[in-house]
Design a protein around this ligand. Structure first.
Ligand code: AMP
Length: 211
């Protein structure tokens, strides 16, 4: 199965992506996770990407496309994949179509999670992430507990770009640069709109109904 998950920052793409890829045993390709790892490992790509990620702007397409091309050389994509956080622009989507054409692969579905802006800001400001396995938690659930992951026991922390000022910028970037992808994939008859309000399990069920 070959999927893309779309939606504004904070709608729960990463959480649902983990559930989907575990259920169908396909690769989870999160460009945000790859970039954060490159930044924390202080690689050349990481140093080029850092200023964009920390200010909430998009990393230039040439860097992202080189990263994607590299990732698509790996044999683990045979069973399928889910793209999370990519494509982010029409240009990336067109270049991704070219890569898929070259590999003779077709997308099965583009899942578009929809959530109200106020709910998004509420969720992002309350979110903490496992530094190791990247599982997402709600800060409010930890008032009397240590900030440790219940899956791998690693430390949980806030993403550097989850501050309110950067979130506002990321939402603005989404509206201008990423939202046009909804029409792009709708025209290709690939889009499945999913209501993002509800529990993780409810949203997962809604997604499964389209797969
Ligand atoms: P995410 O984890 O998907 O919210 O991504 C975090 C940040 O990484 C974004 O705000 C961008 O700065 C950068 N980023 C992730 N994916 C892309 C992409 N496909 N194109 C450009 N920048 C990206």
């Amino acid at each position: 199965m070959r999927l893309i998950i779309l939606g504004a920052p904070g709608v729960g793409k990463g959480t649902q992506a983990k559930k989907i890829t575990a259920k169908f045993n396909i690769a989870h390709i999160s460009t945000g996770d790859i970039l954060r790892a490159e930044i924390s490992n202080k690689t050349e790509l990481g140093s080029k990407a850092q200023e964009f990620v920390s200010s909430g702007r998009l990393v230039p397409d040439d860097l992202i496309m080189a990263m994607i091309k590299d990732r698509f050389k790996s044999p683990d994509l045979e069973k399928g994949f889910l793209m999370d956080g990519f494509p982010r622009t029409i240009e990336q989507a067109e270049k991704f179509d070219e890569i898929l054409d070259e590999l003779n692969l077709k997308l099965d579905k583009v899942i578009n999670i929809i959530l109200d802006k106020n709910e998004i800001i509420k969720r992002i400001t309350n979110r903490i992430v496992c530094n190791s396995c990247k599982k997402v938690f709600k800060l409010a659930d930890f008032s009397d507990r240590e900030l440790k992951c219940d899956s791998c026991n690693s430390v949980l922390s806030k993403r550097a770009d989850d501050s309110e000022v950067v979130v506002v910028k990321r939402l603005e970037v989404y509206e201008i640069q990423t939202k046009p992808l909804i029409e792009y994939y709708s025209n290709k008859k690939l889009l499945a709109d999913i209501d993002g309000l509800g529990t993780e399990e409810e949203i997962f069920e809604r997604i499964l109904n389209h797969l």
